[in-house]
Design a protein around this ligand. Structure first.
Ligand SMILES: *Cc1c(COP(=O)(O)O)cnc(C)c1O
Length: 366
């Protein structure tokens, strides 16, 4: 638990996930833990079928609908298994046997989604950034779409590669998006999507919860072999209470959503992410020690990835940053380099501290 004693060095957590939580949310968790909503016990000990907990789930869904302006013909599901389970569950829930799906190969996470989908269905890669080492996104007018595909899958923000889709096209097949790393960091036109999914531990609280927003007409009788707990239709029918939902993660998601709303909602989150990331990109582009290989118009405002021109300095950079209270700046294990994750809870002052450290490190190695 965070200690607010003045002896504690200031600490900013740039982890890609599980990510930092706002201090106010940690405070609320601490305060409310022993006796949640006057039930006489903690939220950790509530039956998920109790009136109080059903109420919490209804409020959490209503608040999410308000934040994202989710139309009435979409269902919100609270599932487990993370985004990684959804990689396999999408074809099992949305496709008929033998039907294929379109996938944009935009980076590390898209590749994972493709590998899992291929275990269940044919996959058509509509465009790939592989030939550019995933430093740019294939533009929409280069996507080779199949009009007969069951859906078209995109990764809205490539957490490890530092790339973010800036626009979502209107397609003739349902657009499906893994929004795990930029969920609730900007407004999105929900009506363009057939389905959106996002694990909670990056922008919506803690691990264990995966939110699925699905257009009602896509719910269908699950393919045989699909466990009922992972059937969208079953969970929709049972208000995500077919089995025990991740109760604590749902509670924290509720607190996070209220925190976002009380800080101005998604337009404010978007403006803050742009401010934080553009301060970093501006500095990176002018520096001789650091460089950012991503094409400018595809850069993520959430995960800023960069390298040191002398790779041998990366380890020293990360170690010194960490002892200066700038934690978990290492790039994705498969990619290396440095990554600053700027989720909603990261304050601008954290980015300013990082910039000051980077300038100092650059000066020392000049
Ligand atoms: C973190 C991440 C995942 C993996 O989420 P899990 O909850 O670990 O399965 C998937 N997609 C993206 C874009 C991510 O950032």
């Amino acid at each position: 638990m965070a200690c607010t004693s003045s002896e504690q060095p200031e600490r900013y957590n740039f982890a890609a996930g599980p990510a930092m939580l706002p201090e106010e949310v940690l405070e609320q968790i601490r305060e409310q833990l022993p006796n949640w909503r006057n039930t006489g016990s903690s939220v950790l000990e509530q039956p998920f079928t109790s009136t109080a907990f059903k109420q919490l789930m209804a409020e959490t869904e209503a608040d999410l609908r308000a934040l994202l302006a989710i139309p009435d013909n979409y269902r919100v599901l609270f599932m487990q298994g993370g985004a990684s389970a959804q990689f396999g569950l999408l074809p099992l829930n949305l496709l008929h046997p033998g039907q294929s799906a379109d996938y944009l190969e935009s980076g590390h996470w898209a590749r994972k989604a493709i590998t899992e989908a291929r275990r269940h269905s044919p996959v058509n890669v509509i465009a790939s950034g592989a030939d550019q080492a995933f430093t740019a996104l294939p533009p929409v007018d280069h996507w080779c779409l199949d009009p007969a595909a069951g859906y078209c899958h995109v990764t809205s923000n490539e957490t490890g590669n530092g790339l973010q889709l800036q626009e979502f096209p209107q397609l003739s097949v349902p657009l499906v998006a893994d929004m795990t790393s930029d969920f609730l960091t900007r407004p999105v036109p929900i009506e363009r999507f057939g389905l959106i999914y996002a694990s909670a531990q990056k922008n919506l609280g803690v691990a264990g919860l995966c939110v699925v927003i699905v257009r009602e007409d896509l719910l269908q009788k699950p393919r045989s072999g699909l466990p009922a707990a992972f059937s969208y239709a079953t969970q929709a029918e049972q208000q995500s209470r077919f089995n025990t939902p991740p109760t604590f993660a749902l509670y924290v998601a509720g607190l996070m959503q209220r925190w976002i709303a009380s800080h101005g909602g998604l337009f404010s989150m978007e403006a803050a992410a742009r401010e934080k990331s553009s301060q970093l990109y501006r500095y990176l582009d002018a520096s001789w020690l650091y460089h950012c290989p991503q094409r400018a118009q595809d850069r993520s405002s959430i995960n800023v990835c960069f390298q040191l021109s002398d790779e041998r300095l990366t380890e020293a950079f990360l170690n010194q940053a960490s002892s200066n209270g700038l934690a978990n700046l290492n790039g994705h294990a498969a990619i290396g380099g440095v990554r600053a994750s700027l989720y909603n809870a990261m304050p601008l002052i954290g980015v300013k501290r990082l910039l000051a450290f980077m300038q100092e490190f650059e000066r020392c190695h000049g």
